[in-house]
Design a protein around this ligand. Structure first.
Ligand code: GTP
Length: 328
């Protein structure tokens, strides 16, 4: 089940999270560790208000440790947010979660007053996997649909810790075009208008710049790759992505590469650093400001034109009036 995030769906999801926020003591925000910024939705900060948040960088098994640590430091220093690298497949992490939760909600945690938490995040970050792992059973898969509004049940993790039975589904941010690409590269967003080959080329460009050695070793390349198109051709030829006649099938090559990226076959990676994302947002704001300035300029130019037309209409009306006066 998947949904295109039109404004109606976003409003519905927002309302649902808003409604349950009064019933919880804590939000567990699940992010994809490979895209720590793009897998966030800043709306959660507004929605949760004073409710504390525990941020999990999930799928840590696929992510680069140094870069994850930079994000943890950044959030601690800039936003006072507690975050941990995490994997829903790591029993030790699952065992530690109750303690982390308890530290953030010290006034609850007994059988009489259990900590009530909601898991929230954009699609595909691992919300259902986390619920299943904590509860030791399969909860219904909710897909990408905002939950149908209903009374939320609380499910017992242990005596002092309960979970709402439906995770809060947030929509991915699409304001920053670079972030949209990264969501597509990691597979967080599959229903995308971006061409599949373009997604692979963007991913490849990133790996060439940041994880060049990993590419060399995965695809046994003779030289350090420099150009994304050429490298995709080489990957295609090595993996038999060929059309009749021996030409490289670039779509198939893109599939091979993206499947490796998403499964972690190339090695651990994180596509974003706090500095890089900050620079991108400056650019997004600049583009917004330029668009607004152009709009204002168009409006300003349209005013004299409208004025001229009004003056002309007025003169024509006057002329007509004087002609009819003369006739009389
Ligand atoms: N490698 C790795 N994969 C994980 C981890 N946690 C979840 N996944 C995988 O990520 C994919 C998405 O997990 P889900 O639990 O369905 O994610 P979700 O956030 O509930 O997704 P929606 O239902 O679409 O909102 C699945 O293929 C999981 O097996 C993890 O810690 N490591």
């Amino acid at each position: 089940m998947s949904v295109q995030w039109f404004p109606g769906h976003m409003n519905k999801a927002r309302r649902e999270i808003e409604n349950v926020m009064t019933q919880v003591d804590l939000v567990i925000e699940v992010l994809d560790a490979r895209i720590p910024d793009s897998s966030q939705n800043p709306m959660l900060t507004t929605l949760r208000g004073d409710v504390p948040v525990l941020r999990l960088l999930n799928k840590k098994d696929l992510a680069d440790k140094d870069r994850m640590n930079r994000w943890l430091e950044h959030w601690r220093d800039a936003d006072q947010i507690t975050a941990y690298p995490f994997s829903t497949q790591d029993k030790a992490d699952l065992a530690k979660l109750s303690n982390w939760v308890q530290q953030l909600v010290p006034h609850r945690g007994s059988a009489e007053k259990p900590i009530r938490a909601m898991i929230a995040g954009i699609p595909n970050v691992g919300k259902s996997s986390l619920m299943n792992a904590l509860l030791g059973k399969r909860v219904a898969k909710v897909g990408n649909e905002p939950a149908v509004t209903k009374a939320q049940q609380k499910l017992r993790v242990n005596d002092g810790f309960q979970l709402l039975d439906t995770p809060g589904i947030l929509w991915p941010k699409i304001e920053n075009p670079d972030a949209s690409y990264r969501l597509a590269v990691t597979g967080a967003v599959r229903d995308t208008a971006i061409d599949y080959e373009d997604v692979a080329l963007m991913g490849l460009k990133f790996f060439i710049a940041d994880y060049n050695d990993a590419l060399v070793s995965r695809y046994k390349l003779k030289e350090a790759p420099v150009d994304a198109v050429e490298t995709l051709k080489v990957i295609g030829s090595k993996r038999g992505a060929l059309r009749a006649g021996g030409k490289i099938d670039m779509h198939k090559a893109a599939e091979v590469f993206l499947s490796d990226v998403r499964s972690g076959a190339i090695g651990p990676y994180v596509m974003e650093t706090p500095e890089m994302v900050a620079d991108e947002w400056v650019k997004v704001e600049q583009v917004k400001a330029e668009k607004e300035a152009a709009r204002q300029a168009r409006l300003a130019a349209a005013v004299p034109q409208r004025q001229q037309k009004q003056n002309m209409d007025y003169r024509q009306d006057q002329n007509k009036a004087s002609v009819s006066d003369e006739k009389e």
